[in-house]
Design a protein around this ligand. Structure first.
Ligand code: SAH
Ligand code: SF4
Length: 414
C-alpha cells in the first residue's frame, strides 16, 4: 500500500521538449544552453555567444514571440533561427475572471497535461500564483490538488512560461525605448528601475499553485533563475516566495541556490494532527522542519519566514494550538509571520472552515505575542481559484467520489 506523503517524486528529465518537426523550444533554457544549441546548429563559438545573448534578451526581457521581431538580428539570420527553433508558451485552454478581479487560467502542456495559474490583483501589488507540477504526489487532507492522481513535473519552460503568459495577458512587457534594465542587476531592478513596482499589475510571484516545488527542485530553480535574471524577466528575489509543505532535505538548497522568500505550510503544531493533515510530516517531523526553518539562509526581521496555517474547525484552531504555535516560533527563535488561511471548501472535502470569531481569536493570541498573524482573505472562490481549490477539469473527481468508487469495486469483488 502506498502511504500518503512518502510517495517519491516522479523524475522527468525533459530539458528540451522534443517536437515532431524537430525544432527546439528555447523557452526555459538558460543563455549557456542556447549558446550550445547555436553552436551545434553551425555557428562558430563567437557568433553563437553573441546571438544567444541577443536572443535571450528578446525572449525573456522583451517577451517577443517571433524571431522576425528581433530587430537587431540580421534579416537573413531570422529565418535561419525560425527553421531550427521555436518560442513556446503553454497553451491557454480556458481563462476565467472572478467577480473580485482574480483571474485563473487553465493551461495545457505540449503533451496534453492540464494545469492552472492564478493572478490576484490588490491595490498596491499583483501576485501570480505559479504551479510547479501537474497535480501533487503529496496528499494533504484539506487540499484539492492533493486528490489529483496524474502528476508530472513541469519543465523550466512550462514554469517560466506561466510568468511570460501572464505578462502577455496583462500587456506588461517593456516596450522599445524603455530603459535597458539589464544594466541594473537583479536586486536593483524593481526598487530603482521602477520596472515591476511602477504601476505594474504583476509585481510578485508565489510558487503556491499546483504541486510541491521542492519535489521539482531543479526545474523550479532553473525557471526562477530566468525570472530573477536582470536581462531576463528581471523580478527581484525579494518579490518571489516559494511555499513548501516541508521537504526538509531540500530547504537548505532552496535557500542557497534560489534564495527567494520561504513560506512553510505548517498547519498544525502537534505530531498527531500534522501527521493526519500534512502527511509528509510522517517522514520529516516538526522538530526537523522547524530546525530547517531556523537554518534557512538570510533570515532576519526584515526577511521573515511565513508560516501558512489553514483554519480547520475543531482540528487545529483552539487557543491552546495558537499558544503552542507561539511557543514553537519562540523556541526556534524564528523571525516569522503567520498567514492564517480560512479553509476553502471543495466537493468531497472532509473539513469545515473555523468560524470567523475563532479565526479572529487565534489571530489575536499570536499577535499579542508579538508575531504578525493576518487572516488571508479568500480570493477567487467563485472560480475555484482560491488556495487549495486548484484541480483541473479533467480531474474533477473528488476524494469522496474516488473512495466511493473504490468501495463499490471492493463490494463487486465480494
Ligand atoms: N505544495 C506547496 C505549495 C502549494 S499549496 C505547499 O503545500 O506549501 C499553497 C497553500 O495553500 C499551502 O499552504 C496549502 O497548504 C494551502 N491550501 C491547500 N488547500 C487549501 C484549502 N482547501 N484551503 C485553504 N488553503 C489550502
Ligand atoms: Fe501538495 Fe501543497 Fe496540496 Fe499538500 S497542500 S497536497 S503539498 S499542493
Amino acid at each position: 500500500m502506498q502511504i500518503p506523503g512518502i510517495i517519491d517524486p516522479i523524475p522527468t528529465p525533459r530539458e528540451v521538449t522534443p517536437r515532431e518537426d524537430g525544432r527546439v523550444d528555447l523557452i526555459g533554457l538558460p543563455k549557456k544552453r542556447i549558446t550550445e544549441l547555436f553552436e551545434v546548429a553551425g555557428l562558430d563559438a563567437k557568433a553563437a555567444k553573441l546571438r544567444a545573448k541577443q536572443v535571450f534578451h528578446w525572449l525573456y526581457h522583451r517577451g517577443v514571440m517571433e524571431f522576425e521581431a528581433m530587430t537587431d538580428i540580421a534579416k537573413t539570420m531570422r529565418p535561419w533561427l525560425a527553421q531550427r527553433f521555436v518560442i513556446g508558451r503553454p497553451e491557454i485552454v480556458l481563462s476565467q475572471h472572478s467577480s473580485d478581479g482574480t483571474r485563473k487560467w487553465l493551461l495545457k502542456t505540449a503533451d496534453g497535461h492540464e494545469f492552472e495559474m492564478v493572478f490576484i490583483p490588490d491595490a498596491d501589488r499583483g501576485t501570480l500564483c505559479v504551479s510547479s507540477q501537474v497535480g501533487c504526489t503529496l496528499n494533504c487532507r484539506f487540499c484539492h490538488t492533493g486528490t489529483m492522481r496524474l502528476v508530472r513535473n513541469l519543465t523550466p519552460g512550462e514554469i517560466v512560461g506561466q510568468v511570460m503568459l501572464a505578462r502577455d495577458a496583462l500587456g506588461e512587457w517593456p516596450r522599445a525605448g524603455q530603459a535597458d534594465l539589464s544594466a541594473l542587476g537583479d536586486d536593483l531592478v524593481d526598487d530603482e528601475g521602477g520596472y515591476s513596482s511602477d504601476g505594474r499589475l504583476l509585481t510578485n510571484i508565489v510558487m503556491m499553485g499546483m504541486g510541491e516545488p521542492l519535489y521539482n527542485f531543479d526545474n523550479v530553480r532553473d525557471a526562477l533563475k530566468l525570472v530573477m535574471d536582470g536581462d531576463g524577466l528581471a523580478l527581484s528575489k525579494r518579490r518571489i516566495t516559494l511555499s513548501t509543505s516541508g521537504v526538509v532535505p531540500m530547504m537548505a538548497r532552496a535557500g542557497e541556490e534560489i534564495g527567494v522568500n520561504l513560506a512553510v505550510s505548517l498547519h498544525a503544531v502537534s505530531k498527531e494532527v500534522r501527521d493526519e493533515i500534512v502527511p509528509i510530516n510522517r517522514k520529516y517531523g516538526l522538530e526537523e522542519l522547524l530546525q530547517a526553518c531556523a537554518d534557512y539562509p538570510g533570515l532576519s526581521n526584515a526577511r521573515r519566514i511565513t508560516f501558512e496555517y489553514v483554519m480547520l474547525k475543531d482540528k487545529n484552531d483552539s487557543d491552546a494550538d495558537a499558544r503552542e504555535l507561539v511557543r514553537l516560533i519562540k523556541q526556534y527563535k524564528l523571525p516569522a509571520k503567520v498567514n492564517l488561511i480560512p479553509f476553502n471548501p471543495w466537493p468531497g472535502a472532509i473539513y469545515e472552515c473555523s468560524s470567523p470569531e475563532r479565526i479572529r481569536r487565534f489571530s489575536e493570541i499570536v499577535f499579542e505575542a508579538g508575531i504578525s498573524a493576518p487572516v488571508r482573505t479568500p480570493r477567487g472562490r467563485d472560480i475555484d481559484a482560491a488556495c487549495g481549490q486548484l484541480k483541473t477539469a479533467a480531474q474533477k473527481m473528488s476524494r469522496a467520489e474516488l473512495d466511493r468508487l473504490a468501495d463499490e469495486k471492493q463490494a463487486a469483488l465480494g
